[in-house]
Design a protein around this ligand. Structure first.
Ligand code: MN3
Length: 208
């Protein structure tokens, strides 16, 4: 059974950047619903032993179109939010270090340039979706965005996401209303680059 990542902080711990009601609704309603729907679909498919990356990379194996769509949306919703909630912290390291910093500088020039690129992708995503920083199998970094709950696995890309910014309205609308850009700016105030670095280090290993 797929389980939501346990939050390492309380719902109000990311205030004032992410408000408590948004956090609680996001985690206990939205993420819980994706997880429940994924588990129901996985049971129907007999996929209990597969990892979610593997399932999302092989959506074409699911013959039933409605079930395939359910797995794409809810498998993505499950995975994406586990990542999102894991990389935020009330005491974040705001400065990437080590190998991750080297890779950022090699690809983007500087951390600020990368943040600008991610901000453009996040604010430029029409409708619901995500902005991603991903690593390829050689550790090269790639930034992209996706609609809905799609992610590099379900998009058929040989990339692993190491940072994701949720730009569905449910992630910010209670506090920021239509000002997605303000939410994205403040997301970087709670983004823990140490968590991103941990994901970068094990970039291509599989996980549930
Ligand atoms: Mn969300």
């Amino acid at each position: 059974m797929f389980k939501q990542v346990e939050l390492a902080y309380s719902y109000d711990a990311l205030e004032p950047y992410i408000d408590a009601l948004t956090m609680e609704t996001h985690y206990s309603k939205h993420h819980a619903a994706y997880t429940k729907a994924l588990n129901e679909a996985v049971e129907k498919l007999g996929y209990e032993d597969k990892c979610v990356c593997e399932i999302l990379r092989n959506l074409d194996d699911i013959e039933d179109e409605a079930l395939r769509r359910t797995v794409r949306n809810n498998g993505g919703g499950f995975y994406n939010h586990n990542l999102y909630f894991s990389i935020m912290s009330p005491n974040p390291n705001k400065n990437p270090e080590g190998k991750l910093l080297e890779a950022i500088e090699a690809e983007f020039g500087s951390v600020e340039t990368l943040k600008d690129a991610l901000t453009k992708l996040a604010t430029g995503q029409f409708g619901s979706g995500w902005a991603w920083l991903c690593a390829d199998e050689n550790g090269k970094l790639v930034a992209l965005n996706s609609p809905n709950q799609d992610n590099p696995f379900s998009m058929g890309l040989k990339l692993k996401p190491i940072l994701g910014i949720d730009v569905w309205e449910h992630a910010y609308y209670l506090k920021y209303k239509n000002l997605r850009g303000d939410y994205v700016k403040n997301f970087f105030e709670v983004l823990d680059w140490d968590k991103v670095a941990e994901r970068y280090e094990k970039a291509l290993s599989c996980e549930r």
